[in-house]
Design a protein around this ligand. Structure first.
Ligand SMILES: [Fe+2]
Ligand SMILES: [Fe+2]
Ligand SMILES: [Fe+2]
Ligand SMILES: [Fe+2]
Length: 290
């Protein structure tokens, strides 16, 4: 496989993963958390690396400036998606995801059909090989391995599903569907924190840094107790009453804020990069399964 083909495969993987995550977010708006986490980690670093490697190898300055401008538009579109997601504006969210995919598709086409053929024509196979190796190197250094935002987006995912469930008052089938999602996502979130995020942190934390972790773990038991019964074992009356019960919502709000303001930032600062990368990768994979 030559360098050009390798880059093509890398691009394909990025665009196909983003396409499937965008599709998933359109079907289940709460899953926008996955799209945003993936793009912030893998797409933003990809674009930053290109600008200082591949793009500098092209002689058409206007074209390159346009491509860099497109990166800015793509990044801006991600910010718009993020804002709509955080506010729970589902219509705006879906419109912007469509816009984002159109921008991204067009941009990838230009790179594949115009930029890459032109660069590979003027460079030797070896030069191209080392340029792409450099791009990959920079891309991996630019990845933020931001476990804080990964887990914070997951809070928002669950919050949005909760508010969708509350809006389904009176519709038992919908309540059941959302309750099942919330239950499996929340249990997975807690499991990932306790077996991966907090455990890795524990290997590098000082004893007093572990205090807040113990508090969070105790709160998890209480949170889990609100969702201990699977949806299938709840009768219609029990399901109908869920949207009006607010204990879970208020408990989660306080718990999540403590993690987002204190614990996650501390973990991001304390965990060595390599470990954050592992936690990010493993957690992201697990989160896509629920
Ligand atoms: Fe690009
Ligand atoms: Fe690219
Ligand atoms: Fe937690
Ligand atoms: Fe959490």
């Amino acid at each position: 496989m030559n360098a050009f083909e390798k880059l093509h495969i890398h691009h394909e993987k990025l665009i196909n993963t983003i396409k499937s995550l965008a599709h998933r977010a359109e079907e289940n708006p709460a899953d926008t958390s996955l799209l945003l986490s993936y793009c912030n980690e893998f797409l933003v670093s990809h674009a930053e690396a290109e600008e200082v490697t591949l793009y500098t190898a092209d002689d058409d300055t206007n074209f390159v400036n346009d491509m860099i401008h497109e990166h800015k538009e793509i990044k801006h579109s991600l910010d718009v998606i993020d804002a709509a997601f955080s506010r729970g504006e589902i219509l705006g969210l879906i419109t912007e995801i469509n816009n984002f995919m159109a921008l991204l598709n067009n941009h990838f086409q230009e790179e594949e059909n115009t930029l890459m053929p032109r660069i590979s024509k003027k460079m030797s196979e070896q030069e191209l090989e080392s340029l792409i190796a450099e791009a990959h190197q920079i891309e991996s250094e630019k990845k933020k391995a931001d476990v804080w935002s990964l887990f914070e987006y997951d809070h928002k995912r669950i919050d949005l599903n909760i508010s969708q469930m509350q809006n389904s008052k009176g519709n038992v089938d919908k309540i059941k569907k959302y309750y099942s999602k919330i239950r499996s996502q929340l249990l997975k979130h807690i499991e990932l924190e306790e077996t991966l995020l907090f455990t890795s942190f524990g290997e590098h934390a000082t004893p007093d840094q572990m205090g807040p972790v113990q508090v969070m773990i105790a709160e998890h038991r209480e949170i889990a107790s609100y969702i201990s019964t699977p949806a299938d074992r709840l009768d219609e009356a029990a399901l109908s009453s869920i949207p009006t019960r607010s204990e879970l919502v208020s408990k989660l709000a306080v718990h999540n804020k403590k993690e987002e303001l204190i614990l996650y930032p501390m973990i991001n600062r304390t965990l060595p990069r390599r470990e954050r990368e592992n936690v990010f990768k493993e957690s992201f994979e697990q989160l896509t399964k629920v």
